[in-house]
Design a protein around this ligand. Structure first.
Ligand code: SF4
Length: 305
């Protein structure tokens, strides 16, 4: 919803309802972004945050919410918007500069023809997104150093993190997702994902309401990443059948029991030793821990017994 439509007292009921729903959505997104920033110490006093704008719904939403949080934050930090023009044919170069000029914030457009590199390396018909994203990330990391940015903000959200978890399990045999905060391998940059707690559904609704001038990401002619699409459909199917399942899986990302997995690099299985020095605790009839016991734990306990 454009800001100039938000304040009329005499608007028709349908418009007031739309405004009410929009305000609720905006508050929810602000709260979830604020929580992610606080929980993972994403932004600190004096930070210069480079906000990466692709022209997609998520990065527009991220910039919008960060700008509004900046106004009420108890700390001082800078926001600099950066877009990378990868020279895809038909890329509408004017769209982001016009939008960012309207906001009156500092921004940079980094021009680099990664499109030609990707096209020359990846055979026709294969998905190009993997290499394209790696080249983009490399350029953005370098640019962040050039402008003295202390954090790089990317617009990935909760659904991206969960999809990545399943992609890694299904196709790479690894248990890893997409973290809310990441130190680059060379330790020269810190990436943050302020939308980590936000759902794609909310971001889509927010982008529609705010009428962001979306630039499609398929100008390069790349096929959508079919594996990711398949995972997305699988998750949506589960969610329809078992409402709340996506949130349950998302919660699991923050509650990891290393001793219940099998990675010897992360948990020392080799040197497990008995310790019977403390007296055995009597079994309580009504344990306060019972409410923390999940169905899965109960089933496991029965199986073990
Ligand atoms: S759709 Fe095209 S521009 Fe977007 S990430 Fe994939 S290859 Fe890159």
């Amino acid at each position: 919803m454009p800001e100039d439509h938000q304040n009329s007292k005499f608007a028709p009921a349908s418009e007031r309802k739309t405004r009410y729903e929009f305000n609720k959505l905006q508050k929810r997104l602000r709260r979830l972004v604020g929580k992610a920033i606080a929980d993972y110490n994403m932004i600190e006093d004096g930070d210069k945050v480079m906000v990466c704008l692709s022209g997609g719904k998520d990065s527009y939403g991220m910039l919008d919410i960060l700008l509004s949080l900046q106004k009420s934050a108890p700390i001082d930090f800078e926001l600099v918007a950066v877009n990378m023009d990868q020279k895809q044919p038909g890329y509408p170069e004017h769209v982001l500069p016009e939008y960012l000029d309207g906001l009156g914030i500092e921004y940079h457009i980094v021009e680099k023809d990664t499109y030609s590199v990707v096209k020359s390396v990846i055979p026709e018909g294969k998905t190009t997104c993997g290499l394209c994203s790696r080249l983009r990330r490399g350029t953005l990391y370098g640019f962040a150093e050039e402008i003295g940015a202390t954090k790089i903000a990317l617009g990935h959200h909760k659904d991206d993190a969960i999809e990545t978890l399943f992609l890694n399990m299904f196709y790479a045999g690894r248990l890893k997702a997409m973290p809310p905060k990441l130190l680059s391998d060379d330790k020269r940059n810190i990436v943050i994902r302020p939308l980590f707690n936000c759902s794609e559904k909310d971001l889509l609704a927010f982008a529609e309401a705010r009428q962001f001038p979306i630039i499609p990401c398929n100008l390069c002619g790349s096929q959508e990443n079919l594996q990711r699409q398949m995972i997305k459909q699988m998750l949506q199917g589960w969610e329809q059948q078992f409402p709340g399942r996506i949130d349950t899986i998302f919660g699991a990302l923050g509650r990891v029991s290393l001793s219940q997995l099998a990675d010897s690099d992360l948990f020392d299985f080799i040197n497990l030793t008995l310790d019977r020095s403390t007296p055995l605790e009597p079994v309580k009839a009504e344990s306060s821990a019972a409410s923390d016991t999940t169905e899965v734990e109960i089933v496991n306990a029965i199986n073990i017994a």
